[in-house]
Design a protein around this ligand. Structure first.
Ligand code: FE
Length: 237
């Protein structure tokens, strides 16, 4: 066993986390919601994943009418994959900010969409689950809008020069998923088979679906400032 010094908490709690705790405690103190409401909401959020969004894309690939609906009215199309943005939050409580205008961005062979929240980390959680850590980093948020082609290349997505990249900036009310182009080699596949290759990263737009690829690429998070120095071993286990 290696000796392992405990890292100071300041290295592990981000400014956003401190802000969240402060606002949450104030909101509970003011009676906007209870600690129990917060617990139920958090538990609910952690049951979510990207499968409903993957199913939405797979259905749209198979059904031209549904595809039109998805592009025109993402909120309505979500109902068919079990996500009701307006009426049926399973926690049965919430503020108007729980409602989002979901937009489905349709890629073509010459247009690639990719999603960011430059202001903070807005993400369509009811249909896509929790955002990955890199999505919330200042690094991704600042750089994607300036150098989208380079950032996508860092994700392993090299796009030909004649493909236009459109970056969609999320906000509190409008959030996005990407409908990538259905890849070759998937002819005759079922909705379930297709949904398996529409990974979270494909739905954010930093990857494109490929037959046989059903997981997101692992990628390291590069600490931005003054990492704590350790003699040896790993930082966070
Ligand atoms: Fe945000």
């Amino acid at each position: 066993m290696s000796e392992h010094k405990a890292a100071p908490m300041v290295d592990e709690v981000s400014d956003f986390e401190v802000l969240e705790m402060a606002v949450r405690e104030l909101a509970i103190e003011k009676g906007l919601f209870s600690a129990d409401d917060h617990r139920r909401w958090t538990e609910y959020i952690h049951t979510l994943g990207p499968l409903p969004a993957a199913r939405l894309v797979a259905k749209a690939w198979l059904d031209p009418e549904y595809r039109k609906l998805a592009v025109k009215d993402g909120v309505k199309a979500s109902l068919e994959v079990g996500v009701d943005w307006i009426n049926d939050m399973p926690t049965h409580f919430g503020t108007p900010s729980d409602y989002c205008n979901l937009r489905v961005l349709e890629d073509t062979p010459k247009v690639k969409h990719v999603v960011v929240c430059t202001l903070c980390s807005c993400y369509p959680r009811p249909i896509l689950g929790q955002s990955p850590e890199w999505y919330r980093t200042p690094n991704y948020r600042r750089r994607l809008v300036r150098w989208p082609r380079q950032v996508l290349a860092e994700f392993g997505l090299q796009l030909p020069a004649d493909v236009e990249i459109r970056v969609a900036d999320s906000n509190q009310k409008t959030r996005y998923i990407v409908m990538p182009v259905r890849p070759e080699g998937t002819e005759g596949w079922s909705e379930e088979q297709l949904a398996e290759i529409v990974t979270r990263d494909c739905l954010i737009g930093v990857a494109v679906p490929r037959p046989g690829v059903t997981a997101n690429a692992l990628r390291p998070i590069h600490p931005a400032v003054h990492p704590v120095q350790h003699d040896h071993g790993h930082d966070h286990g």
